[in-house]
Design a protein around this ligand. Structure first.
Ligand SMILES: O=P(O)(O)OC[C@@H](O)[C@@H](O)c1c[nH]c2ccccc12
Length: 264
């Protein structure tokens, strides 16, 4: 089984479009074969299923909205996040805008037992094979990037043994995600076209997913800076994904602890 690589010029506007265009070029000609099926351990899924609001803490050295955040050592950062209470680690592997790398993911996988998510702009099935080879438990799939191909990529991720975090930002994308049979849906508060944050997006779409009968896991993503910010998704989301505010704190373990203070 495999998934089709995305075509050369996807018509996505803004920053997102530029990054996707670069990633399509990076993987042009890569081997699309996924290889034999691998068993899915579902460690990422299990970590998010723990009682209360599970934290996915992100190793994020830079971003298009903030530029350089902090010159994190990925292994040290992951250990600090886990000591502070994180359930899983997200690792950017996109090199140009987020300061990520394959090595960062491998180092995180080697340093903690908490499951790791490959955070990248997946546009080619080879990226899923790589994620599994590098030891990730899950990969991000963005409906804003993959559109109707999301279901095919979800099956490809499962084929190589990965859980998938299927990311949406609006109602239309949520409909696509629900139709794929995704087990884990993430709602991004950041509009990746304009980079603007709106913390009301996650509660709204999480409620809508539940109303539609979605029984899987729901993750609120982006823009959370304090324990108080999390109030709007407590009791609604299963997990929250936090990057910049932790990565730029200067005390990753302390900031993680403080963010989770008040967890049920
Ligand atoms: O740094 P923040 O605002 O805490 O956000 C983390 C994470 O949600 C964000 O990095 C993210 C969400 N979806 C993405 C897709 C690609 C790159 C990055 C992202």
């Amino acid at each position: 089984m495999t998934a089709q690589p995305l075509p050369e010029s996807p018509s996505i506007p803004g920053v997102l479009g530029r990054i996707v265009h670069e990633r399509v070029a990076d993987y042009q000609g890569a081997d699309p074969r996924l290889g034999p099926g691998r068993t899915r351990a579902r460690a990422f899924h299990a970590a998010l299923s723990r009682p209360g609001l599970a934290l996915i803490a992100e190793v994020k050295r830079a971003s298009p909205s903030q530029g350089a955040i902090a010159p994190l050592d990925p292994a040290d950062a992951a250990r600090a996040y886990v000591s502070g209470g994180a359930a899983a680690i997200s690792v950017l592997t996109e090199p140009r805008h987020f300061g990520g790398s394959p090595e960062a993911l491998r180092e995180v996988v080697g340093s903690v037992t908490a499951p790791a998510l490959r955070k990248d702009f997946v546009v080619h099935p080879a990226m899923l094979r790589e994620a599994a080879d590098w030891g990730a438990s899950a990969a991000l799939l963005m409906v804003s990037v993959l559109g109707e191909a999301t279901g095919e990529y979800l099956r490809a991720a499962h084929h190589v043994g990965l859980d998938a975090l299927v990311e949406v930002h609006d109602e239309a994308e949520l409909e696509v995600a629900l139709a794929t049979g995704a087990e884990i849906i993430g709602v991004n508060n950041r509009d990746l076209r304009s980079l603007e944050i709106d913390l009301s997006v996650s509660p709204r779409l999480i409620r809508r997913a539940r109303e539609a009968g979605f029984m899987g896991l729901l993750v609120a993503e982006s823009g959370y800076r304090s324990a108080a910010d999390l109030a709007g998704v407590r009791g609604l989301a299963d997990a929250v994904l936090v990057g910049s505010s932790l990565a730029g704190s200067g005390d990753l373990e302390g900031a993680t602890r403080a963010l989770l203070a008040g967890d049920a």
